[in-house]
Write a protein that binds this ligand. Structure first.
Ligand code: SAJ
Length: 411
């Protein structure tokens, strides 16, 4: 099979590499730099395990699609903040780019996350500009990705997958192709259900995190430790509450609920959950204000701007809103992140970030933050305060530790 994978980012490149073990694969990306790197067998981003596969693979990369048997679209779907909708511009332009090369009998697979109905209503009309007709001349399916950054390779191979074809022949062709590398079970459905399932998965997680955040806020009022309470509640065989934190980031969970609700007039819990999670940076700032009350020209140190622990990705990070709010409220903010390389604000070395600080605010649960000796680290601080929004610091020493979700009773 000759497979053309369009979009060589966090999902497209690993998919292309896994497919290249049993197929001829051409990767396509608009970024010339990415194309050059892949042709030189160099990874354009970091993700465990991919480097080795790339070195041994026969994959080639190109800036434009070439004739093939299968086209897989793995481009990002940004969030249009103004109207709270999926911005399908990259999916559309990827589909447009196939039009000149698509042939009778080809299969097109959409991996990009899209709003319900988009494959049939948006992608089909573009592909049919080729004069070929879906179901008659070419096949189409949605196969949403489920891999988690940091563990992409393992999850792409071992997770169960959902495939929804526009007809049975499309579903079968897609299942046969993905079976060449997926070891998990492959479940099949129709194309719109597959779109919906993907969005439900991320929305479920968002609502669960919102619930954990609300529990944390209530626990502070009641005076108990939410982290202990959640771990005890999760001993129930049918309960699995996620962890509270400073808000939800990343390019999926913080935006996909809006893709699901964009064309509905009846959403309540999904919108409320988004609101709760979006308010968490402000909630964290209110705690910082309490801790630093009375200090003149306070300096705070943000530990971690990645959207979650142990990744270098700061997209949609809750740290950004927290920092913007803190600056607006007159805080002097220094930022340290051991993994993130590019961010809207300057990043500082650890020692400079902590020197003369009045409060360290842990936003991201990087492993490094769990292992610091905070007594030593805070020796150059002006005030020895730590606000831990992820419950990664143990109280062992002479510093004031405030943990999100731990009520006063435990201070
Ligand atoms: N978070 C919490 N508490 C938790 C878990 C996460 O506050 O208990 C926060 C994280 O810190 C982060 C955000 O939520 O800011 C999202 O992180 P995540 O680890 O939950 O998810 P992502 O965005 O890295 O990946 C998700 C995954 N979806 C699900 O688990 C349902 C992944 O499988 C998807 O492939 C990915 O979205 C995607 O691309 O859709």
């Amino acid at each position: 099979m000759k497979v053309c994978v369009i979009g060589l980012g966090y999902i497209g490149l690993p998919t292309a590499l896994l497919l290249s073990e049993k197929n001829e694969v051409i990767g396509v990306d608009l970024k010339k730099d990415t194309v050059d790197k892949i042709n030189k067998k160099t990874m354009p981003f970091e993700e465990p395990g991919l480097d080795n596969i790339l070195k041994g693979s026969g994959i080639t990369a190109n800036c434009k699609p070439v004739p093939a048997d299968v086209f897989i679209i793995c481009v990002p779907t940004p969030f249009d903040k103004e109207v709270r909708m999926a911005d399908l511009r990259f999916v559309k332009s990827a589909a447009e780019s196939i039009v000149p090369v698509i042939k009778k009998g080809n299969l097109v697979v959409i991996e990009s996350t899209v709003s319900p109905g988009a494959c049939a209503k948006v992608v089909v009309p573009i592909l049919e500009k080729s004069e070929l007709k879906v179901k008659k001349d070419f096949y189409l399916a949605h196969c949403p990705e489920r891999a988690i950054p940091g563990n992409t390779l393992n999850e792409m191979v071992n997770n169960d997958r959902i495939i929804g074809g526009i007809d049975e022949a499309s579903t079968k062709m897609t299942k046969d192709l993905y079976s060449t590398f997926v070891k998990g079970n492959i479940f099949t459905t129709d194309i719109t259900t597959a779109e919906f399932v993907k969005l439900m998965e991320n929305t479920y997680r968002d609502i669960n995190i919102a619930l954990a955040n609300e529990f944390a806020i209530i626990a502070e009022d009641v005076g108990i430790d939410i982290w202990e309470a959640i771990s005890l509640a999760n001993r129930h065989p049918r309960v699995n509450i996620l962890r509270p934190g400073p808000g939800v980031g990343g390019h999926c969970i913080a935006v996909d609920p809006w893709f699901l609700t964009e064309n509905s007039t009846k959403c309540k819990i999904i919108n409320t959950a988004r609101e709760i999670n979006d308010c968490m940076p402000a909630y964290v700032l209110h705690k910082v204000k309490e801790i630093t009350k009375g200090i003149e020209s306070p300096k705070i140190t943000v530990f971690g701007v990645a959207y979650k622990g142990n990744v270098d990705d700061a997209r949609e990070t809750p740290a950004l809103k927290f920092i913007k709010l803190a600056e607006k409220e007159g805080f002097n903010v220094s930022i340290y992140d051991p993994l993130v390389k590019h961010f809207e604000y300057p990043l500082t070395g650890l020692d400079d970030a902590v020197k003369d600080t009045d409060c360290v605010v842990i936003i991201t649960d990087h492993n490094e933050f769990k292992h610091f000796d905070y007594n030593r680290l805070l020796s150059t601080a002006r005030h020895k305060n730590v606000l831990d929004t992820r419950n990664v610091v143990a109280q062992n020493g002479m510093f004031n530790l405030v943990t999100l979700g731990k009520g006063k009773y435990f201070d």
